[in-house]
Design a protein around this ligand. Structure first.
Ligand code: UFG
Length: 334
């Protein structure tokens, strides 16, 4: 039996594929390579290039593979871009989910582990955020993912397709050996941008807003290491295979770091000065996002290995130093 990983050439998907293979699973990958990198996919996985919205293509993959479960990472995920291009997000992310579930149903594949996000909660009413808290997104990216969660809920009722929605907080880092990592074009995420400055590729970091109601005025986020995150997907798949019901889990460290603290941590790890300036707030940013992640620890038995941001940043720095240009195929897909 095979695990099908959609979006397996992306940042998080490629780490999940790698961990699945390390743990002895048979893996097939689907990716349209719009933001993913062929070189990020572990060579032991079978690779199909195509789009989840293309049902002929997807039916063909499901015909060829004997699929025990699906991990779905294929989505656009840039919050500021979603504010400017909401329909791009509803089309690719939300409509992509409808297409996938139709094909899964047709082929009697009844398990899906899904990349959801803290962005489904919007501006939280309380910190830490619990899975049962209201989900009121403040940007189209979060809305597109919330809709995907709801679509899965109704598809469970109607077709018995069981799901685990994993609501990630801020993912960072890379495989510790530096062989795979984060490579977005353009890069918008805090940690890789800080490291681009450290590497001399950018002049300075712009910190978006220092007038938030937080400890130092800058946004507070909860960072989780990408390999720990990948492992949670495997636990979620096994949870569904054991016959448990559909559910949602937060994945975070339960500790918040401000943007200024992240900058300080990166200065320590890299030994570089990393110039920074204050800049206006970025549209759609909630002030503080910290997960209550005890449910995943208790129910899925998730035991993240990384519990401090310096170690997480160190893995990202290792990738950055060994791959200053990212993946070699950047030109083809940028
Ligand atoms: N930031 C800066 N300067 C930059 C880039 C980012 O100050 O150049 C700040 C942002 O304003 C924010 C923080 O760094 O306060 C983190 O920003 P990221 O873009 O790295 O991450 P987000 O918190 O916006 O979003 C990430 C994922 C989403 C997910 C969300 C959930 O990209 O998919 O975490 O917390 F929904």
């Amino acid at each position: 039996m095979t695990v099908l990983v959609l979006g397996g050439a992306g940042y998080i998907g490629s780490h999940a594929v790698d961990r699945l293979i390390e743990k002895g699973y048979d893996v097939a990958v689907v990716d349209n390579l719009i933001t993913g990198h062929r070189a990020a996919v572990n060579p032991k996985a079978r690779f199909y290039q195509g789009d989840v919205r293309d049902q002929d293509f997807l039916n063909n993959v499901f015909d060829q593979e004997d699929i025990e479960g699906v991990m779905h990472f294929a989505a656009f995920s840039i919050v500021p871009e979603s504010m400017e291009k909401p329909l791009k997000y509803f089309d690719n992310n939300t409509a992509g989910m409808v297409s996938l579930l139709e094909v899964m149903n047709k082929h009697h594949v009844k398990r899906i582990v899904f990349s959801s996000t803290a962005a489904t909660y919007g501006e939280p009413k309380q910190i830490p955020i619990k899975e049962t808290d209201p989900q009121i997104p403040t940007n189209p990216y979060g809305e597109s993912k919330l809709m995907m969660e709801k679509i899965m809920r109704w598809s469970d009722k109607a077709y018995g397709i069981k799901f685990v929605a994993l609501r990630y907080f801020n993912v960072a880092g890379a495989k510790p050996d530096g062989s795979i990592g984060e490579d977005h074009h353009p890069e918008t995420h805090l940690v890789p941008i800080i490291l681009q400055v450290a590497a001399g590729e950018r002049k300075e970091l712009s910190i978006f807003g220092d007038d938030y109601p937080t400890k130092d005025g800058t946004n507070v986020r909860d960072y989780v290491q990408v390999v720990d995150l990948a492992d949670a997907h495997i636990l979620a798949l096994e949870y569904l295979k054991a016959g448990h019901d559909s559910d949602a889990f937060n994945l975070g460290s339960s500790t918040g770091f401000s943007n200024k603290e992240m900058l300080e941590a990166a200065r320590k790890v890299t030994g570089k000065e990393i110039p920074a300036k204050m800049a206006p707030r970025r549209a759609g940013d909630p002030s503080t996002l910290i997960a209550a992640s005890d449910k995943a620890r208790k129910v899925l038995n998730w035991q993240p290995q990384y519990d401090n941001v310096e170690d997480i940043i160190r893995t990202a720095w290792n990738w950055k130093q060994s791959h200053p240009e990212g993946y070699a195929d950047r030109g083809a897909n940028a």
